[in-house]
Design a protein around this ligand. Structure first.
Ligand code: ADP
Ligand code: MG
Length: 497
């Protein structure tokens, strides 16, 4: 497809959509940003709240080194500028889920500055999206309105949990690009290990900024739809909000800068409040915290701890390992799949005494067609696969050394999927070994020729296509256990010789 531009058609012609995303990603860490309280998901309400998180008078925040480290590693993975000097500010507002009366965030001097990300939207050209900044901040608590008929409760477990806010430039132009951006960002966070990317549990959520304009015009006024918690909803919210804005503008109205809420049940956005200007929060440097200064050793450790990132991996899979683009796309879809594949590949190469490049095609084909297909059928994923990477490699080894034919390996695979047993054990117990015993195969062939005189005559009369019939009959009579190349050779001899 060419530079397929997404447009909203209106009565006055096509409109272009402009999108910028602010993603809140919960930093993977056992403790909160400024306290030692735990962060596990789904804990009993208010069971993970320290005196700091409850904002008891006189409590002092202490930055959690691990949270800073994870945000720096994330910035590095996005090729961003890392600011050696950054500072925490107080964002002041009153709300029942915020006992401090302010959120500790970073407005003026964020930890991470500008970076970029390459996105590959489905059916459109790849494109680079600018990332403006990543800052570190505290999450708020949660109000619970559904626990009591006349009261609201508050759960402070999330209060003080570390978030990264990853702010994109207004560089996206369609719901598909926004979807591709979020998928890529989530993948990178998972590779880096700085956020689990679990949108259903709220560990990654997006504020969606949308405006519309006539192509070529300056940016229009935007609205911000808060806390959208799935990629599908983000895409739907953009589509609906852009349509609404076009309708307002074409009816002669104006877009007001405001905060909106997305309602997935009705698939529409609703006004929540008009957007306060930043200075309404009376931001000022938090007097309880010293500025953060990162030293060389800390930065070097962050850099050294980064894994191979998705773009580099795709390139290596294609150029070095020679894996097909289709298989790469499937394997790369989930970081757990990649981890399984790499364990399988290493073990397969080791068993067969070959390089990874030599076994990569067979291993990736088996993974994508057999294992993923099988897991799909039994409703499981690689993380709870009954077949481990080592067992998969053992099965591939039995095919490579001729113990199992293609047909037999499929039978063994089905049994592995069901029982979780080792393939060699299954072969042994059920006698599924492929045979190259020429005597046994020759005897079967003789029987088959005797039973099918008509086909034999036709074949010898020139109907070459019947060769396949004899192969099939022989394999069937051998219970699928005959080595196919031996069968071929012996049949040729018997038929032609
Ligand atoms: P604020 O500080 O008011 O939140 P920012 O300049 O930080 O505003 O921008 C917030 C988000 O809005 C960014 O992701 C940015 O890309 C996006 N954005 C800014 N202007 C527009 C616009 N005209 N249309 C769509 N998105 C925009
Ligand atoms: Mg903002």
């Amino acid at each position: 497809m060419t530079e397929a531009s997404y447009r909203i058609e209106g009565a006055t012609g096509p409109w272009e959509v402009v999108i910028g995303l602010e993603v809140h990603a919960q930093i993977t860490s056992n403790a909160k940003l400024f306290s030692g309280a735990a962060t596990a998901f789904g804990a009993e309400p208010n069971s993970q709240v320290s005196l700091v998180d409850a904002a008891m008078p006189g409590m002092l925040p202490v930055p959690n080194r691990e949270c800073i480290r994870q945000a720096v590693r994330t910035g590095m993975a996005l090729g961003s500028q890392i600011n050696r000097w950054s500072r925490f500010d107080r964002k002041n507002y009153f709300y029942a889920d915020l006992p401090q009366g302010y959120q500790i965030s970073q407005l003026y001097h964020p930890l991470v500055g500008e970076g970029t990300m390459l996105i590959e939207p489905e059916g459109a050209a790849p494109k680079t999206v600018g990332i403006e900044r990543i800052h570190v901040e505290q999450d708020a608590g949660k109000l619970m309105h559904d626990q009591h008929p006349t009261r609201s409760y508050v759960d402070l477990n999330r209060s003080g949990v570390a978030l990264m806010e990853i702010v994109s430039r207004p560089d996206m132009r369609s719901p598909a690009e926004a979807g591709a951006y979020l998928r890529k960002l989530r993948a990178i966070l998972r590779y880096v290990g700085s956020c689990d990317g679990n949108m259903e549990q709220g560990s990654m959520r997006a504020d969606v900024n949308v405006s519309v304009r006539k192509p070529g015009d300056p940016f229009g006024t935007r609205t911000e739809t808060k806390n959208v918690n799935s990629i599908r909803f983000v895409m739907a919210a953009i589509e609906g909000e852009a349509r609404r804005q076009v309708d307002v503008l074409e009816a002669g109205g104006k877009i007001v800068q405001e905060t909106r809420l997305y309602d997935p049940d009705r698939n529409e956005t609703r006004s929540m409040r008009s957007k306060e200007d930043a200075h309404d929060y009376r931001y000022f440097p938090d007097p309880d915290l010293l500025p953060l200064e990162l030293d060389d050793a800390f930065l070097a450790e962050c850099e050294a701890s980064l894994p191979e990132l998705p773009d580099a991996k795709v390139k290596r899979y294609a150029d070095v390992l020679g894996i097909s683009p289709g298989n790469i796309a499937v394997i790369m879809a989930d970081v757990e799949d990649v981890r399984y594949f790499e364990a399988l590949l290493a073990e397969t190469a080791r068993r067969q005494g070959k390089s990874e490049a030599e076994v990569a095609r067979a291993a990736s084909n088996w993974l994508v067609s057999d294992l993923f297909g099988g897991l799909n059928r039994i409703g499981r994923s690689v993380s709870d696969s009954p077949i481990s990477p080592a067992q998969g490699a053992e099965l591939l080894g039995l095919v490579a050394d001729g113990t199992l034919s293609g047909t037999l390996s499929k039978q063994v695979f089905e049994i592995m999927l069901e029982t979780g047993d080792d393939p060699a054990e299954i072969v042994e117990k059920r006698g599924l070994k492929q045979t190259s015993d020429t005597g046994a195969i020759e005897a079967v062939i003789a029987e088959i020729l005797a039973k099918n005189p008509g086909q034999l005559e036709q074949y010898r009369g020139g109907k070459q296509a019947l060769f396949g019939f004899f192969v099939g009959q022989t394999m069937k009579a051998m219970g699928g256990k005959a080595n196919p190349s031996v069968v071929n050779e012996l049949l040729r001899k018997a038929l032609d010789g």
